[in-house]
Ligand binder design. Structure first.
Ligand code: ADP
Ligand code: MG
Length: 212
């Protein structure tokens, strides 16, 4: 049996305290199966239905690793749509409540680019965005990723369905190769397998059928 107690993990005490105050009593199945490996720095592919708690699985991993004193972009999370990116940012901010001065920035299409460039000028620890807009910033030179050590592809199957393959490739090309890559998806079509072979190293595969 997998241990589902959050305190069985090597999580920072502040994060554990916050999980408790959020009322999360135990890990969901996908969290229990993926978090130990994520916290060890491994690449992980996690497949599970909507509502299975995937955001906290990668969120706790990346927050536990992040050094808030180093004010530079350490994490990039790609999402298929602005709505999903906003949801991920809300969940990450909730999980990060006890980490003071953490800056999480969303960069999505449909928002004036000038405002985003101003926000980028002020810096961030975590970027959550859509592949097209992130690629746009890279092309303009308004965004660089030399200190990113965690790369998350959330809802990877949807991103590929929406035609983001080439934008994902362009973004991945400029990320440091020494990084942890986490891929989350509801389904696992051949295209996902192909991309994971290209951008991940010896990933652990986790698959959860039911939502809990
Ligand atoms: P998914 O991305 O797999 O569709 P989410 O990450 O959006 O799912 O999580 C669904 C909901 O479950 C969110 O409201 C989240 O706050 C909540 N949640 C996540 N993990 C736990 C947990 N361990 N215990 C209770 N609620 C949780
Ligand atoms: Mg999700």
């Amino acid at each position: 049996m997998t241990d589902t107690a959050f305190n069985s993990l090597k999580l920072h005490p502040d994060l554990l305290k916050n999980i408790e105050s959020l009322g999360y009593q135990s890990m969901t199945e996908i969290q229990a199966q993926s978090l130990p490996a994520i916290l060890q720095g491994k690449d992980v592919i996690a497949q599970g239905k909507t509502g299975s708690g995937k955001t906290a699985a990668f969120g706790l991993g990346l927050l536990n690793k992040l050094d808030v004193k180093k004010f530079r972009i350490q994490t990039l999370v790609l999402c298929p749509t602005r709505e999903l990116a906003d949801q991920v940012a809300v969940e990450l901010r909730k999980l990060a409540r006890t980490i003071h001065n953490i800056k999480i920035l969303t960069l999505c299409g449909g928002v004036p680019i000038g405002k985003q460039i101003d926000s980028l000028y002020h810096g961030a620890h975590i970027i959550v965005g859509t592949p097209g807009r992130i690629e746009d910033h890279l092309n303009r030179g308004t965004l660089t990723f030399e200190h990113v050590d965690t790369f998350v592809l959330d809802e990877a199957d949807r991103m590929l369905e929406m035609g983001f393959q080439s934008a994902i490739d362009a973004v991945t090309d400029v990320l440091p190769t020494a990084r942890q890559t986490l891929l989350f998806s509801a389904t696992y079509p051949d295209k996902i397998e192909a991309i994971s072979r290209k951008i991940m190293q010896n990933p652990l595969m986790v698959k959860v059928e039911a939502s809990h």
